[in-house]
Design a protein around this ligand. Structure first.
Ligand code: SF4
Ligand code: SF4
Length: 353
């Protein structure tokens, strides 16, 4: 079935709190002042939301939190097991310690590791890379039923060190996915952005070539871009800690403190992200399927349909996606409902998914 024919999204990410055991330099929690918020959903609230979404094919806990710090982690994942809901989760790996009886059988874990040397990792995440890699080696030995893959964000200065992570992945036959950061302030963008004039940073191209040459299982979405659209609002949903429902994970990064919009910084330009246009409702106020059929959700899917059709029709492969992005940015009006998708597809979506 096509995405457009779907009666509801396939998967959901649920954010049960903001608690984390790290304070990484690029984390949305820092910029929106939620890193000290300690209250989390109780297990009844968690079950209420899961039951509301019981039609889904897949669910996970995630968002601006370290899942293993959620005080009801074990009960929550037991509940997924009890109702037969397939799941996985993303973790920073710090708390992946024995005994592993809290980890769901036969599931998958994505581990976020953004520095390939002890020094880079400490600078970005403030912890020890060796300790996290040691946790992973142990878990691979003792829980072979659990699939592991790495996620690494590309910054200006961490790319040379990431070759070590590629070698680690090859040694243990696991995959790695490279992602790009979202910059909430101009200063952070200037300091850490891997983007350069002319679109693709040659260091990233070299890393890509190395992965290819070494037959690594990897994904690096800005290199080798092909015509594409976005299926996210058809495929996924994300419930924030306050119950707000968003269609795409990176747009829902900063809910509670944002009522209307926020800014993202890219190559020295400040871009308005109309957060409010992408909030589809609140799960504590109405059932998800009512939101799904609301005019706002329908409008978003219709907009995406039109954009996707246009991409297919025009085979919109461009030699320099960057020029195309800047052209679209000139025409972008943040007050026009869901028009942010047009620039997101050309820049943020293609690098974030
Ligand atoms: S591990 Fe994740 S949630 Fe925790 S501080 Fe780092 S980026 Fe934020
Ligand atoms: S194009 Fe971007 S903003 Fe629009 S739905 Fe897809 S991921 Fe979300």
């Amino acid at each position: 079935m096509s995405f457009e024919g779907m009666k509801h999204p396939f998967d959901f990410t649920i954010e049960t709190g903001y608690v984390c055991n790290l304070n990484c330099l690029m984390c949305a929690r820092r910029y929106h002042n939620v890193q000290d918020v300690k209250d989390e959903w109780d297990i009844e609230k968690f079950k209420y939301v899961v039951n509301n979404l019981s039609f889904a094919n897949f669910m996970q806990i995630g968002g601006n939190q370290e899942v293993l710090c959620y005080k009801h982690f074990r009960e929550a994942y037991d509940y997924f097991g009890k109702i037969g809901m397939p799941t996985c989760f993303t973790t920073n790996g710090v708390a992946l310690k024995e005994p592993y009886d809290y980890l769901p059988y036969n599931s998958g874990i994505f581990v976020s590791i953004d520095g390939g040397t002890e020094e880079d990792y400490k600078r970005i995440r403030g912890y020890s890379l060796d300790a996290v890699l040691g946790n992973l080696v142990n878990i691979m030995k003792k829980r072979p039923d659990i699939g592991i893959a790495l996620h690494s964000i590309l910054f200006k200065d961490n790319i040379p060190g990431l070759y070590n992570l590629v070698d680690f992945c090859n040694k243990y036959s696991i995959g790695i996915r490279f992602l790009y950061p979202i910059f909430f302030t101009k200063d952070i963008e200037q300091k850490y952005s891997p983007f350069i004039e002319g679109d693709i940073n040659p260091e990233i191209v070299r890393l890509n070539d190395y992965c290819k040459r070494t037959n690594t299982k990897y994904a690096l979405s800005s290199v080798g871009i092909s015509p594409r659209g976005c299926g996210v609002p058809f495929q996924s949903g994300a419930i924030g800690k306050n119950g707000d429902e968003y269609t795409c994970c990176w747009l829902y990064t900063v809910r509670d403190n944002i009522s209307k919009d926020w800014k993202v910084h890219y190559r020295g330009t400040e871009i308005t992200v109309p957060q409010e246009q992408y909030k589809m409702g609140n799960i504590f106020e109405e059932p998800f399927l009512d939101m799904w059929n609301s005019p706002k959700y329908v409008h978003l899917r219709k907009t995406l349909n039109e954009i996707n059709q246009d991409w297919i029709k025009r085979g919109r492969y461009v030699k320099n996606p960057e020029d195309e992005f800047l052209k679209l940015l000139d025409k972008y009006d943040p007050n026009e409902e869901h028009s942010f998708c047009k620039i997101c597809l050309q820049r943020w979506c293609r690098i974030a998914y």
